[in-house]
Design a protein around this ligand. Structure first.
Ligand SMILES: [Zn+2]
Length: 186
């Protein structure tokens, strides 16, 4: 596994190679003097949020435009700090502060990890607090994956979880539980 340190980012060749390995390397724009990337981050202690002071996208994430290509500031900060290849991975802010660029506050994972994280954060707020919920969110997810295997019917699952067939059918078909899978991407 190559890390960012393996490439000489001061040369066009090194930057090209790093990009080929999937690193997000901003293109250089000769002639246009941009403020240094790190000067736009309000760097504090290792456990504090490091807020971005540049421009933001519509979702509240720091944005750094390089040759017309918008980059996410927190991703860039993480990659430049750790040298890890985060191509294709989803960033999760453990601090829930999208402006934060502190690599210590970022976790990277798959889309499924991200959904799970959202789910754990939301579960107290939604679903289970709703008086009409009989199934827990874990049960709904579990039942859904069982149903997808096409071995069991709504009725069988309803019996297994001790709810009515109608409740199970609605849960699996996403009617009352839309927020589990369809949480809007921040
Ligand atoms: Zn933070």
């Amino acid at each position: 596994m190559r890390t960012l340190q393996d490439f000489d980012l001061n040369t066009a060749q090194g930057r090209y190679q790093a990009r080929k390995f999937g690193f997000e390397i901003p293109k250089r724009s000769p002639g246009v003097k941009q403020p240094d990337f790190w000067s736009l981050i309000d760097k504090k202690g290792p456990n504090d949020c490091w807020n971005w002071r540049g421009t933001f996208n519509a979702y509240g994430y720091g944005q750094r435009k390089q040759n017309g290509i918008p980059m996410m500031a927190h991703r860039l900060a993480y990659q430049l700090t750790t040298g890890e290849n985060i191509q294709g991975l989803i960033a999760m802010h453990v601090c829930d502060n999208p402006a934060c660029c502190n690599p210590n506050h970022l976790r990277f994972g798959s889309h499924a990890d991200n959904q799970k994280d959202k789910f754990l954060k939301n579960r107290q707020a939604k679903g289970e607090k709703n008086g009409s919920s009989i199934l827990t969110e874990e049960q709904v997810l579990e039942a859904r994956s069982k149903y997808k295997s096409r071995i069991v019917t709504y009725k069988m699952l309803a019996q297994e979880y001790g709810v009515s067939k109608d409740t199970m059918q609605k849960a699996i078909r996403n009617i009352h539980w839309k927020h589990i899978c369809d949480a809007p991407q921040k």
